[in-house]
Design a protein around this ligand. Structure first.
Ligand code: NAI
Length: 292
């Protein structure tokens, strides 16, 4: 097993930024890459603000925040990740996109390095099979927001070596996370349960059973959920929610996983949730306003 010192992160969206932050805070050097250089810049600014807030709240010292910032570096190309010990892919939830990323990473990355995907639902076995190192490939499924959520789901593909699996567990623990091990089935454990519940909430809205506010208030106060399912869908990103439902529907061939047509329509409209300013709520004003 090689020692992990430098971690490459691909995809500088909400998850890539969060994973980069916790890795840097835990002492790893981090190289962050995205096909959009602006996304990398925006993420680094967001991480810096996040670290400053932790200092203000006295959750971490100023010295720790400064050293975490110093460990975070932008990468201009996939080639820049060649000396990383572990590369974690956190790009858009699309199998073709992920396969293309891993293919180009493998052209440059040193052979002893590990690969991981933060996919919410896609088969780790299939993603691994399309790389040059299926034994060194693992699913590390972080939760959103990464700096706050304690869990990392560990998914072992059929070809994942035991030493890679052990590295995954050890690495997640070194970030202060608790692990839950899932078999490689569509959407694993957390999203197999969570995303169909969100899809059902969207059906409830679609069929006019309740308003956005009634559905979210119902689950918050009636089931003690910290966030309502529609608010949570907006937070995850409706494109990601739809992608996971499609993986469940295709992978398990059961009509109970049919994505709600209203979810499909929102994604087609580009109403992807909080990250674009509009989903089941409108985020462009001072306070989120329900749209239905
Ligand atoms: P996002 O939409 O915020 O960010 C995705 C990023 O990937 C974008 O910055 C985009 O430019 C980049 N990207 C797309 N194609 C690329 C390519 N070919 N090369 C480099 N970068 C590329 O998405 P988010 O929410 O950060 O999700 C990323 C991954 O994490 C997905 O696989 C998702 O399923 C997973 N995930 C998401 C969670 C959530 O709550 N949003 C929770 C856990 C996992």
């Amino acid at each position: 097993m090689i020692t992990i010192k430098t971690v490459g992160i691909i995809g500088a969206g909400q998850m890539g930024a969060g994973i980069s932050q916790v890795c840097a805070q835990s002492g790893y050097d981090v190289l962050l890459y995205d096909q959009s250089a602006d996304a990398v810049k925006a993420s680094l600014v967001r991480i810096e603000k996040g670290l400053n807030r932790l200092v203000e709240k006295e959750a971490i010292s100023d010295a720790d925040a400064q050293s975490a910032k110093a460990r975070l570096m932008p990468a201009g190309s996939v080639q820049d990740l060649k000396d990383c010990d572990l590369v974690i892919e956190a790009a858009t939830e699309n199998e073709q996109v992920k396969n293309a990323i891993f293919k180009s990473v493998c052209e440059h990355l040193k052979p002893e390095a590990y690969l991981a995907s933060n996919t919410s639902s896609i088969s780790i076995t299939r993603l691994a099979a399309a790389t040059d190192r299926p034994g060194k490939f693992i699913g590390l499924h972080f939760m959103n927001p990464v700096p706050i959520m304690k869990l990392v789901e560990i998914i072992r593909g059929i070809a994942t070596d035991t030493s890679t699996y052990e590295m995954g567990i050890e690495f997640a623990r070194s970030l202060g996370k608790t692990t839950a091990v899932a078999e490689d089935f569509p959407a694993f454990i957390v999203n197999r349960i969570l995303i169909p519940m969100i899809n059902e909430a969207i059906y409830t809205l679609y069929e006019g059973v309740g308003t956005v506010d009634a559905i979210d208030t119902g689950l918050k106060l009636g089931a003690n959920h910290p966030m309502g399912p529609l608010e949570l869908a907006d937070f995850i990103g409706l494109d990601t929610v739809l992608a996971v439902m499609n993986v469940l529907y295709d992978g398990l061939s059961d009509s109970k996983y049919r994505p709600c047509p209203l979810l499909v329509k929102y994604v087609e409209a580009g109403w992807l949730g909080r990250k674009v300013g509009r989903g089941f709520y409108d985020y462009r004003g001072e306070k989120p306003v329900p749209t239905r």
